[in-house]
Design a protein around this ligand. Structure first.
Ligand code: C5P
Length: 235
């Protein structure tokens, strides 16, 4: 059973902004779990991950891989070598792609003596609704059925869990999977562009293991206070 944790979505344009944001956490001797996504990784590269690890940070590398199984396997080997705690891919790549990812990731991690990272599947992007699913992707099944089926595929492929809204976290729990949940807002926070938001307390109630929180912390006048408030509700 993994410990429940708050992960801060570090959606900053460069590492200068990220480091400025992290300074008050360092001063308060808090080492939060950080989500580094494509925006920052494509600019700063693996060196940023190594620098953050030297500071003691745990990392969720959110790169959402999607390609043929062989390419994903080899890319995951390199992610495994980075020694991050969590990474992910798209479930729509199919069972073979996910199983190859698992193999590559574990091999990469073991080759440097690191613990194999938790591997999660993005089932359907939250930007995809029933209309897009039916009219653009030509998927005839409902969104819920598709998400559930993709989650089962992820389990079959040996993945650890799924990325989903708090409202679907119980579905992951039923399948014995970890639920990592973005779209978190405290009561009274701006919703921004998120559609289906939930509080840390609700995510906990639904069985999420990790919550990913961005703007409620990064755009707060007091990010440390905002982080601690989320952590307290989620603990
Ligand atoms: O600022 P906010 O809390 O909305 O940030 C949420 C983070 O989670 C962002 O980094 C966003 O890309 C990510 N995310 C999401 N919904 C998903 C998958 C990832 O909001 N379905």
């Amino acid at each position: 059973m993994n410990k429940r944790e708050v992960i801060i979505a570090c959606d900053f344009p460069s590492k200068q902004e990220l480091y400025a944001f992290l300074k008050p956490f360092e001063n308060a001797k808090i080492e939060p779990f950080l989500k580094i996504g494509m925006e920052l990784f494509y600019r700063e590269g693996p060196e940023l991950i190594r620098e953050l690890q030297k500071k003691g940070a745990k990392i969720f590398l959110d790169l959402k891989l999607y390609d043929i199984p062989n390419t994903v396997e080899n890319a995951m080997k390199n992610i495994g070598r980075l020694g991050v705690q969590i990474t992910n891919l798209h479930a729509s790549g199919g069972v073979k792609m996910m199983a190859s990812a698992r193999k590559g990731l574990d091999e990469g991690a073991l080759s440097v003596g690191a613990k194999p990272p938790i591997l999660l599947a993005v089932t359907l992007l939250t930007s995809i609704d029933e209309v897009v699913l039916k009219n653009e992707l030509l998927v005839g099944e409902s969104l819920t059925k598709t998400v559930k089926h993709y989650a089962m595929n992820a389990k079959t492929a040996g993945l650890d869990g799924i990325v989903c809204s708090a409202h679907e976290a119980s579905l992951a729990v039923e399948l014995g999977l970890i639920a990592l949940t973005p779209g978190i807002r405290m009561d009274g926070d701006a919703v921004n562009d998120q559609k289906r938001v939930a509080t840390p307390a609700y995510a906990k109630e639904q069985g999420s293991t990790y919550i990913v929180v961005g703007r409620p912390i990064t755009a707060s006048p007091d990010p440390v206070k905002a982080y601690l408030a989320c952590a307290e509700q989620f603990s």
